[in-house]
Write a protein that binds this ligand. Structure first.
Ligand SMILES: *Cc1c(COP(=O)(O)O)cnc(C)c1O
Length: 375
């Protein structure tokens, strides 16, 4: 498929995902770092499609993958028989055999999980593999520094969990000047010295792009940068854009000066206007906060190479754009208005939605015609 493929007739919009760009972004990151480069593909590979993206990255050479949930691990295992798959959210009670069946590695993030995995491995001379997560400043998942120290001093327990990786997670890598970065790296250095035989991993996308090579350790874990999103507060992403969303125009209509547009009559037309209605809305992941508000224009699309503003509210399944300033005949019913990508940076969309690129991508809806490029 290529990027100009015609949207399927039934869908309100076409979501185009550039697998070559994802692969290029992975190679770019892998070339920057000292250690090896994994791929974080949780939340359906940040909305791009777990199986398709996972396969493309494995083909490019990625051999270590991180998902958040067990179900994601099972889906990924079905298409990647040989790669290492770590489950970040850990080991819920009663799921041990599911991890074993699908050869998933739990990221053990508490002493309860450590004991649970050790007990499950009690009858084995070579324990099933896992990762050990130590908290260095997030206060989310991970053993405390004290717990890690106690575990390091308990070789029987440590041997029983089959740890293959020592990891932690950065809280503020997207703010390179934040004092917590240096503190976390210092703490992680101390943790590494407790477990000198384990390969170590702490870097996410922002850490790779911003914090220099010190945090690379043995394995880096980029997510958002693979998908073209912003990893740094307020700076354009250096990565290749991956996602593009084109909404098809359902109808073009005329509006008179003085009339209002849409629910709540929140936008009043100041001139005779041409309006283009597209069949995409908040049910598809266009956040309602991108509506016009108190006379302030909202979200902008791109039609025939020009910016066109949204008028009124983002509805569940519809939005109305002002195309008055386009030359006569520049667009017609059935043409597209680009909502994300194709000249509208993902990070700009995130600003319209008052959020970050992560949330834009992971809330992309399921009603789009999906078109994959490359891979
Ligand atoms: C999501 C996640 C990552 C990837 O973070 P990005 O900012 O998307 O690069 C890495 N490690 C852990 C533990 C995560 O939860």
């Amino acid at each position: 498929m290529n990027i100009h493929s015609i949207p399927t007739a039934e869908a309100g919009a076409t979501l185009t995902i550039d697998l070559d760009a994802i692969v290029a972004n992975w190679r770019d990151l892998a070339a920057r770092v000292r250690g090896r480069c994994a791929a974080v593909v949780k939340a359906d590979a940040y909305g791009t499609g777990l199986e398709v993206t996972g396969r493309a990255l494995a083909k490019a050479g990625a051999d270590t993958f991180f998902v958040a949930q067990i179900e994601e691990g099972i889906r990924l295992r079905a298409v990647l028989p040989g790669e290492a798959i770590y489950v970040l959210n850990g080991l819920p009670p009663g799921t041990e055999s599911t991890f074993a069946t699908h050869r998933l590695k739990p990221v053990l993030g508490s002493m309860e999980e450590v004991r649970q995995w050790a007990a499950f491995n009690a009858d084995r001379s070579s324990p099933r593999p896992s990762a050990l997560h130590v908290d260095t400043g997030m206060n989310r998942l991970g053993l405390s520094m004290e717990e890690a120290e106690a575990l390091a001093a308990d070789p029987a327990l440590l041997n029983a969990i089959g740890a293959r990786l020592l990891m932690s997670h950065m809280a503020c890598a997207d703010e390179p000047g934040h004092p917590l970065n240096a503190i976390q790296i210092l703490r992680f250095t101390a943790v590494r010295s407790m477990f000198p035989h384990l390969p170590a991993s702490i870097a996410n996308s922002a850490s790779i792009l911003r914090l220099g090579r010190e945090a690379d350790c043995n394995l880096v874990r980029p997510g958002i940068a693979l998908y073209g999103g912003e990893a740094l507060c307020g700076q354009p992403s250096p990565m290749r854009p991956v996602v593009r969303l084109d909404a098809r125009i359902i109808q073009i209509r005329e509006g008179h000066a003085g009339e209002t547009v849409g629910y709540g009559a929140t936008w009043r037309l100041m001139r005779p206007s041409r309006l283009a209605v597209v069949g995409v809305g908040y049910a598809d992941g266009i956040h309602r906060i991108a509506s016009t508000r108190d006379g302030v224009p909202g979200f902008q699309g791109l039609a025939a190479g020009q910016r066109v503003p949204l008028l009124g509210r983002v509805n569940m399944d519809l939005m109305t754009f002002d195309i008055t300033d386009l030359p006569d005949g520049a667009i017609k019913r059935g043409d597209d208005i680009t909502l994300i990508g194709g000249g509208i940076p993902l990070d700009e969309t995130a600003r319209w939605f008052s959020t970050n690129a992560y949330e834009v991508l992971t809330s992309l809806g399921r009603r789009y015609a999906r078109s994959y490029v490359g891979g």
